[in-house]
Ligand binder design. Structure first.
Ligand code: DON
Length: 568
């Protein structure tokens, strides 16, 4: 991977040439594709290839979604899997409707608000990040099965077959997988099943290019292919999950698994530059904040300022900071506490916030004050799919940290999530992503932990325009919002919209993170002079985006990763 400075003459202001920093891969053809019918952008090469095959075999977009979900569970066991959960946004062109499905994990019934605190009330992040107590009740299989029952066309088992084959035959260990294995080696080594599957003799990490075979997972997938979701939530697989967790003094019970239900929710929606943006509602914070950020910025002439200019970057950083302060204060599972979504997306409130962006100096986190809300009458993965009928899928799925809790249910090959860490151990405690814990996100039995996952669909009128999303914890919100700004406000081509350098500001810690290739020295020193605490840091996003361009779909898999965009 190398970085490049691209000269982009932006459409609509051809007199002006802007220099934009983008990550440029050596093999751009892997990351960008165009097609007339179907388009797939995922974080795995084998996943994208199998998903396009499902389309070619007569599958519809939901069948393709099932193939992609099971395939990516095999190909990126560090990021996602059936031991985790996720969200789906689905635009059905025929019905002219965007659906939002929530198959997020839930806290086990025996969980307690203070379960991760010492007697003196001190947070213990390791307990919620690795081992049996970190595991929340998985939701992925329930979501996939119920969604397929409702909208799928091909038989369920046919959609899963390629993933069984990949798990059984294996695939060569690639860079990112090896890096994640190195990083979590101590956690994998502590669990005999994880060690047997993911490490080699004496607990060493497999060599790059050596085969990773997941035979137990293949067998578990076969059971699910035969029995549907019951194959996971009841019977032998369920028993093994709860037995493994309980034998390590965890709290997951058979009843937690039996009682798990996916939820259909109303997507959050916002008008932006004449487009309709739909995204994931709570228990994700992603949709609310992506829309807040876009709307706060829309009155400003960012395009005139230029992408990656000091002024545009300053305004974007300020918008991110304000959105993240709201996140810490208001967001949580709507089934437990009222989340004031309408008030957070209220036009008057957002224009007040928008006016507050225009500062000559960065606002320090401690000086940033919450504005009153208007009174109201009342390691993850993402993939995007499109088909020839104009349907869109945007789905983000996760087991949370790399290899989740590091616990593998005996004999099943299932890596269990560590989603309990997305809760606040107590108000103002930080989680794995440094997100500040708010009162609405404290642990309660059967509650869903707050997420940042932001699967997003954009329509122009009633026509599909874009589907996108990304992994990387709280940074997802910043990465998704900036990709939309690049494509819509700055009118960059989709590839550059995804590849351009991104920034991240999440209120606390009060830092302006800039990834490589960095912004120009001039812009960065101006931002520092304005009081931004600039640091250079990898952001870890991997945006998978699809956009309509004339009669074509353009698909882009983030060149920072190892994915593939492929069309038909
Ligand atoms: O739901 C969330 O916001 C997190 N559990 C997502 C985790 C994630 O993106 C890890 N990615 N690298």
């Amino acid at each position: 991977m190398r970085s490049l400075v691209l000269l982009i003459a932006l459409l609509g202001c051809s007199h002006k040439v802007n220099v934009v920093q983008v990550t440029a891969p050596l093999k751009r053809s892997q990351y960008e594709a165009t097609a007339h019918h179907e388009m797939v952008a995922t974080q795995g090469e084998a996943t994208s290839l199998a998903t396009i095959e499902t389309f070619k075999n007569g599958g519809n977009i939901i069948d393709a979604f099932i193939t992609a979900s099971f395939m990516i569970s095999v190909e990126r066991p560090q990021s996602t899997g059936i031991g985790g959960g996720g969200f789906l946004l689905y635009f059905s062109r025929k019905e002219n409707k965007v659906y939002a499905f929530d198959f997020r994990e839930v806290a086990p019934v025996l969980s307690r608000e203070k379960m991760f605190l010492t007697d003196k009330g001190v947070p213990q992040p390791l307990l919620s990040q690795q081992g049996p107590l970190a595991v929340a009740t998985p939701g992925l299989v329930s979501g996939l099965y119920d969604i397929h029952q409702r909208f799928g066309k091909l038989p369920w088992h046919k959609c899963i077959a390629p993933a069984i084959k990949l798990a059984r035959e294996g695939f060569p260990v690639y860079d990112h997988l090896k890096m994640a294995m190195e990083d979590r080696k101590h956690v994998l080594a502590a669990d005999p099943e994880a060690k047997r599957i993911f490490l080699r003799d004496q607990g060493s990490v497999p060599a790059l290019g050596s085969l990773l075979i997941q035979e137990d997972l293949a067998k578990t997938f076969e059971i699910i292919a035969q029995e549907g979701k019951a194959g996971f939530y009841r019977g032998r697989v369920a028993k093994s999950i709860t037995h493994t967790v309980r034998s390590k003094r965890g709290i997951l019970t058979d009843k937690d698994l039996r009682d798990y239900r996916m939820k259909e929710r109303m997507p959050v929606q916002g008008a932006y530059k004449g487009l309709k943006v739909f995204s994931m509602p709570p228990p994700s914070s992603g949709g609310v904040h992506v829309i807040q950020i876009l709307k706060m910025l829309s009155p400003y002439k960012l395009k005139k300022m230029g992408p990656q200019s000091t002024q545009a970057t300053h305004l974007i950083a300020n918008a991110l900071q304000r959105a993240f302060m709201d996140r810490a204060h208001y967001l949580g599972d709507p089934d437990f506490q009222a989340v004031p979504v309408d008030r957070l997306l209220n036009d008057k409130y957002l224009s007040q916030l928008s006016r507050s962006l225009q500062t000559s100096h960065a606002t320090s986190a401690k000086d940033l004050k919450l504005l009153p809300l208007p009174y109201e009458s009342t390691e993850t993965t993402h993939f995007s799919l499109a088909d020839g009928e104009g349907n869109l899928v945007a789905s983000t799925q996760t087991i949370n940290g790399w290899f989740g809790s590091g616990v593998v249910a005996k004999g099943t090959g299932i890596v269990l999530n560590n989603e309990m860490d997305d809760f606040a151990q107590k108000v103002s405690a930080l989680n794995l992503f440094g997100a500040v814990g708010g009162e609405h996100n404290l642990i309660e039995p059967k509650k869903r932990p707050l997420s940042s996952m932001s699967p997003t669909i954009i329509l122009k009128g009633d026509e599909p325009l874009m589907a996108l999303g990304s992994p990387s914890g709280t940074k997802i919100i910043s990465c998704v919002a900036q990709t939309i700004l690049n494509a819509v406000e700055f009118e960059m081509p989709l590839y550059e919209s995804v590849a351009a350098t991104r920034i991240h500001q999440q209120w606390l810690p009060d830092l302006l993170k800039i990834e490589s290739p960095f912004l120009s020295e001039k812009v960065e020193s101006e931002l520092k002079r304005m009081g931004h605490n600039v640091v250079h840091e990898k952001l870890g996003c991997s945006v998978q985006a699809i956009k309509k361009q004339g009669p074509l779909w353009v698909g882009v898999s983030d060149p920072r990763g190892e994915g593939l965009a492929i069309g038909h």
